[in-house]
Design a binder for this molecule. Sequence first.
Ligand code: NDP
Ligand code: MG
Length: 384
Amino acid sequence: MKKRIAILGSTGSIGTNTLDVLSAFDSGFEVVALSCESNFGLLARQARRFRPKCVCIGDGVRDLSLKRSLPSGVRIVSGCEGLREIASRGDVDILVLAISGMAALPPLVEAVRTGKRIALANKEALVSAGPLIVKLAGKNGAEIIPVDSEHSAIFQCIEGKRKFLSRIILTASGGPLLDISSKKFDSLARRDILKHPKWKMGEKITIDSATMMNKGLEIIEAQHLFDVTEDRIEVLIHPEAIIHSMVEFLDGAILAQLALPDMRLPIQYALTYPVRRGGRAAVTDLSKIGKLSFREPDIRKFPCLELARAAARAGGTCPAVLCAADEEAVSAYLDGRIKFSGIPKVVGRVIARHKNIKREGLSLGDILRAGEWAKEEARAICCH
Ligand code: NDP
Ligand code: MG
């Protein structure tokens, strides 16, 4: 039986890598739905190649030529409702969630409600609403398989041994600013900060890698995926980005997953799990790499790491506020409204103003409202 796949965010970095992974398999998978926010030219090309039944476009797309460039009979849906419709379709076995930012939260909720396998690349949704997602997934038999390379590594290392887990060692390449003095951050051009030394990714996550908010969000992501408290998740700088993360067991043994940095490997594993197949991911030659090095992160230089740890400990609506404030601050930086050093400042100020709502059973509405509030606060701070 073919596995039926929907890819939300198919025009992005993870989305296009997912389609590349699928191209390597001549059978076994069928693409049912694709989506973009505004890049409908690429979406139409993907639709002609993969023949989905349905595509979703952003609400802002008004160009009717899309319809003409799609194969006939393809259903077109739009906006948040369209994403939710795809996420809840009965003819989808695996939902690849590759939208960036908190816009992924409503479709993620739909996918867990309808008991699907979710190949989860997006991190902001799980960070914002971890307890709600985990609870709904458990209740409805949904399976969340991480695509984020660190979490895929952890998932692969703890398979069958989860109850003996003592500590997670989350590796970080350190991003483009690892060896640059923080005094120079604001004088760097945006295009240089957008040049990640190891990964080619979308703009939001690349800026998050530069501030190390990405690693902070990954701490919270790991908390929910693997049911561990923040104090048992260590961050370790590993500039070569060959070890994608490690786990330590009760007896002190450490297991790691290694490979060249290539997202096609964790994407493929989330699609084929528990089976492993040959595919398109690059072959790793350790003798060419020579050495692997490690160091501690500099938390004074990268304050976002500590902001995220504090949000992880606080729980409640705090992680959603962290995510939303960061999303707004990154967008303000990319638009030239604030300096690079303003990103952690904006996030810190929004969190300081937030009255955390912490109770059992926070609803999706509570979380979305906290996120909207945080975005408005961050926008106001960015204007002054
Ligand atoms: P990209 O920016 O490359 O792609 C984002 C995708 O989502 C595009 O298809 C985009 O459409 C669509 N999109 C953007 N905003 C919205 C919105 N508001 N509503 C609906 N669709 C939207 O991002 P990445 O592929 O790099 O990252 C996607 C997610 O995966 C992020 O959460 C990131 O943190 C996570 N991730 C990414 C990794 C990577 O290697 N890239 C690694 C680990 C995690 P359009 O093209 O039309 O703008
Ligand atoms: Mg990652």
